[in-house]
Every structure is written in C-alpha cells, then in structure tokens.
Ligand binder design. Sequence first.
Ligand SMILES: Cc1cc2nc3c(=O)[nH]c(=O)nc-3n(C[C@H](O)[C@H](O)[C@H](O)COP(=O)(O)O)c2cc1C
Length: 282
Amino acid sequence: MRKLPVPEGEFWPLAGPIALVTTVDEAGHVNVAPKSWISMVARNPRLAVMGCHRQHHTARNLLTTGECVLNFPGDDLVGRTWEAHHFREPGPGEPEARGFTPVPALQVAPPRLKECRAHLECRLESVKWYGDECVLFLTVVAASADAAVLESADPAASLRPIFYLGEGTYGVIDRSAHAAPAAAEFVRYVITLKKQPGAVLSAELVRAHVAHLQQLEAAGQLVLCGPFADGLGGMVIIRAESEAAARAIAEADPFVASGAESYELRTWELSCAANNHMGMGG
Ligand SMILES: Cc1cc2nc3c(=O)[nH]c(=O)nc-3n(C[C@H](O)[C@H](O)[C@H](O)COP(=O)(O)O)c2cc1C
C-alpha cells in the first residue's frame, strides 16, 4: 500500500462542522461569521471548542460578552455561509445584510439564525491562547433544531450539515448509518394483529391461537401478548433470532394462517437502564 505525505497546510482529515457563529458586541450589534474549527470535547459539562483569530469580531465579542450561538447551516446555505466571511464593520442589521433572519435564542443574548436548522447556545467557559489565535471553550447551555429535523427518520441527513475541507471546499453529511446492529439481547419483535373485516374468531380458532402462544411461552420466546380492548386485534411481543424468524412465528399464528387477522412486524430496540438507554443516558 502506497502512503504519501499530506501537503503542508492541508488538514481535510480533520474536517470541522461549519457553523455560523452569532455574537453581540457591547453596543448590542449582532455579528455573524462562519467558523469550522469546532468540535465537542466533553459530555459533562457539555463542552465545545472553537478556534478563532484574536482580531475576529467573533473572538472579541465572545471575550467581552461571553455568549454565542453556533448555527448549523445545511448545504442549501453554502453560498450565503461563505459570503459571510467577508469583513463588515459592526452595525445594525448584520444578519439581514448577510441574508439571515435573527430569531431570539432560548438562553443567550445572541440570536439564532432562522434559516439554519440546528443551533447550540453557548457561554464562554475558558480560553487558551496560541500567539494570535485562541481556543475558546464553550459550555453548551441550550440546543434546538427544526421540528422537521428532529422528527425525521435520519436527523443528520435532514440537517445536511457542511464540513470545511480546505480553501473554498466543503463536504456534506447526506446519510447516517448505525455502525453496529443493536446487541441481540436488546432486540424484541412486535407483532400487531389486525382483525379482518367480517372475520369470525371461533372458540376453536382462539384456542389454536392460545396454543401457539403457549408454545412460544414454553420456548422462552413470549414477552407479552394480549388483545386490544376495542376487539379489533392484538399485540404479541417476542424474542427471536432474527426478523425472518420472527416473521415465521407471526405467520404460524393460526389467526394469521387462517386469514382472520393480518399482521405487521416491527423490530424493537430496547432502551433501558441495562444498556444505558442505548448509550445516551448521560
Ligand atoms: C467556511 C469557513 C470557515 C471558517 N472557519 C474559521 C475558523 O474556524 N476560525 C477562524 O478564525 N476563522 C475561520 N474562517 C474565517 C473567518 O470566518 C473570517 O476571517 C471572518 O471574516 C471573521 O469574521 P469575524 O471578524 O466577524 O469573526 C472561516 C471562513 C470560512 C469561509
């Protein structure tokens, strides 16, 4: 395998998420600037870092007023985001002049930018200097995003965040994927049964269905089961080796096999103390 040195000054393997940083100066003027030397560095407290030149309004405002909002533009805002790095004297109406609409933040004085779909509101925690550059440690005090992003099946792809790859170059996240399937011990299968119009559940059929459930119970596969009180169907939650195995079990149910009920199968990942709520329990 051939490996070559990365040319001096290129750091694209360390691509940083591009944020439009809003700050306010002592006169109350809002400043908007793109920054990409940004990363989360701690969970408790929630700490982000941002690298900035000391002369930039962003650093100066943060060092005086101690607050900022990191607004994350999607790739629909690339043009406006890049344009925003051109120098502009502080004054009223900066977000609007840059093509953005300021909306109040939840916890800090600098505004969120409406056109960006996710926002981290931050307070300055500390600063470390390297010559004319500084690393600003920021405590994240509030986080918000558009409902459409949070309600999407793939929030990252819905946000389409952009990353700085070098002079005038960016990359975009347009899909996310799980690195590893959920551990089998934390997976169950949910079978929802729906009674077909006009179907009659004879005592004989119900007994056959119950015998099927008892078999599952004896095999240690039945978790929960029972009919819905509206009489229109029921739910069976099982353990199984795979989705295909769970489907075979659902289809072996006499209610389904007889055509009296249709079913829907869903793979259910458990969120519980034992798996620290899928690793997100703090
Ligand atoms: C996509 C992009 C990312 C940038 N990231 C940074 C950064 O992380 N740190 C920095 O000091 N400047 C960065 N810059 C340059 C500043 O945004 C630029 O110098 C700007 O004029 C500073 O504005 P300000 O004085 O309002 O803070 C970036 C510029 C662009 C276009």
